[in-house]
Design a protein around this ligand. Structure first.
Ligand code: ADP
Ligand code: MG
Length: 232
């Protein structure tokens, strides 16, 4: 469904992605793991059109979307939950969610029902300002906002970062549930163990290149992965 072929992305002279090849199948959860600075966020931002690759193709159902603007890519069905959540603190929960629907494709009322079903707490707080929510609730809001565009593919950048353990498991359970409802997921996580346990397949990114990929169960068993990313 989504295929990256030889993607290179630069920040000025800095070559942050050096020929990425990866594939995400319909219905899969894919995890992308790697150390700080490996290029994970750059990879997600290149897919969602925030950054434009200098070389390579990004095929979505066979169509090359590399270089398209972010709002076009949302319309095509890819929704990105950025690192650090970036909700609108001075808008209410409902307004934040409506912003997510603005660029989207689905029916707003149906999408709202889906999001409130996944996150009942957001339904109870529709009139509260985004900035007054806890970190975990803000992450739920960020995910909810991304779902408002009715995506085929949801990409998540470090959704568990800085959250209390109980909230981390809630977020991971929710990602599982979103996937079970038919949304394909691409997940970037520092918490490699939880990400690999949740995902079907994984890719390891080092210094802007994929160095290893395979079934998540195999990566969890791989000595190099264990040593470098699982703290074993
Ligand atoms: N805005 C930027 N300007 C210049 N270099 C950047 C910028 N953002 C990231 N980089 C560099 O690109 C590389 C990849 O960063 P990033 O994708 O954020 O890594 P990760 O998400 O895996 O921690 C790093 O070397 C980082 O320093
Ligand atoms: Mg990052």
């Amino acid at each position: 469904m989504l295929k990256l072929e030889n993607i290179h992305t630069f920040y000025g002279p800095i070559n942050a992605l050096r020929g990425i090849n990866l594939e995400v199948g319909k219905g899969e959860i894919i995890s992308l793991i790697g150390s700080n600075g490996a290029g994970k966020s750059t990879c997600l931002m290149t897919i969602s059109g925030v950054l434009h690759p200098s070389e390579g193709r990004i095929l979505l159902n066979g169509v090359d979307i590399a270089g398209e603007e972010p709002h076009h890519i949302v319309k095509r069905g890819i929704s990105h939950v950025p690192e650090g959540r970036r909700i609108f603190p001075k808008l209410t929960v409902l307004e934040n969610l409506q912003m997510g629907a603005f660029l989207g494709r689905g029916n707003v009322r149906e999408s709202l029902e889906t999001v409130m079903g996944l996150f009942p707490i957001l339904g109870e707080r529709t009139r509260q300002y985004g900035g007054t929510l806890s970190g975990g609730e803000q992450q739920m809001l960020a995910i909810g906002r991304a779902l408002m565009s009715d995506p085929e593919i949801l990409i998540l950048d470090e959704p568990s970062l800085g959250l209390a353990p109980i909230m981390v498991s809630k977020i991971f359970r929710t990602i599982h549930e979103i996937n079970a409802r038919g949304v394909t997921v691409m997940l970037v996580e520092q918490n490699a163990k939880a990400a690999l346990r949740l995902s079907h397949r994984g890719y390891v990114l080092e210094s802007g290149a994929i160095t290893l990929h395979g079934k998540s169960s195999e990566l969890l068993d791989n000595d190099k992965v264990k040593h470098a990313y699982l703290g074993e």
